[in-house]
Design a binder for this molecule. Structure first.
Ligand SMILES: Nc1ncnc2c1ncn2[C@@H]1O[C@H](COP(=O)(O)OP(=O)(O)OP(=O)(O)O)[C@@H](O)[C@H]1O
Length: 248
């Protein structure tokens, strides 16, 4: 479980996050949604330790990240898997080498342990046949799968995904969403996803928080979101013509 309490962050006097509080449960797919520039990425960065909040707390299973010593912070970091926007694969490494990278950097596992773990993760995301390929030889959806395999290779307790559907066609997006949700449930991971994808909002959000100008204006489940009375959320949701038609 991850809890965030009163997170505030300003850059050069400009307040970006104005006191965000929420909690994200184990085994659930939690979404952070909101318009451009509302602070979603900054909030994610505050959670994973890339940007220090000006005030507030981020707790990982009760451990207060920013009030922990370096060793505790390091061990919490090792429990995180991150799927960066665009996949962030190393172009000069094969699929297999990309997935193996965190094991080489952060563990002293034997060759055979690493080989087994990489094979397992590639098989889990349906990419066993692509192990020897270079990133330039595979599709955008496959690259995302490689990113997911790499994010889970260390067996994370917490998984962060920054717009996992960006650049994908709707069908591939659905498959990536389903894969992330399945993995989240299967391994009891606390997953947090930043998304603009309306299908994700409607289909996989066990818990959704809506940010607006640095505030959390709404929180709830996929099934409840279209019934909202929050004007800013309605405007955000129904800016999509198809949803507008469906909401009539
Ligand atoms: N390192 C930084 N220095 C100064 N300003 C920053 C920094 N990082 C983010 N900001 C500002 O904080 C605001 C929120 O940015 P953020 O990237 O969190 O938005 P977002 O909701 O993720 O938007 P998008 O959906 O477009 O990615 C923006 O005005 C941005 O310019």
């Amino acid at each position: 479980m991850i809890e965030i309490k009163g997170i505030e962050k300003a850059f050069s006097g400009k307040e970006v996050l104005k006191g965000i509080t929420s909690s994200f449960e184990k085994g659930q797919t939690n979404l952070i949604i909101g318009g451009s520039g509302t602070g979603k990425s900054v909030l994610l960065k505050c959670m994973i330790g890339l940007v220090k909040p000006d005030s507030g707390h981020v707790l990982y299973n009760g451990r207060d990240f920013y009030n922990s010593d370096k060793d505790t912070q390091q061990s919490i970091r090792r429990e995180m898997g991150v799927l960066f926007q665009g996949g962030a694969l190393f172009d000069s490494k094969t699929v297999e080498e990309n997935v193996r990278f965190p094991l080489d950097m952060l563990t002293d596992q034997s060759e055979s342990e690493k080989r087994d773990r990489v094979a397992f993760c590639l098989q889990r995301v349906g990419l066993d046949a692509a192990a020897k390929k270079m990133p330039s030889e595979i599709s955008g959806g496959m690259k995302k799968r490689v990113g997911i395999a790499r994010a889970i290779v260390m067996n994370p307790m917490y998984l962060f995904c920054d717009e996992p559907n960006s650049g994908l066609d709707p069908l591939t997006s659905v498959k990536i969403d389903e894969l992330i949700k399945e993995i989240t449930e299967e391994y009891g991971i606390t997953t947090i996803i930043i998304t603009h994808d309306m299908n994700s909002v409607l289909e996989i959000g066990d818990n959704i928080i809506f940010l607006y100008q640095g505030h959390k204006l709404w929180e709830g489940k996929s099934g409840d979101i279209t019934q909202t009375n929050v004007a800013e959320l309605k405007e955000f949701l129904f800016s999509n013509k198809l949803l507008r038609e469906m909401g009539r």
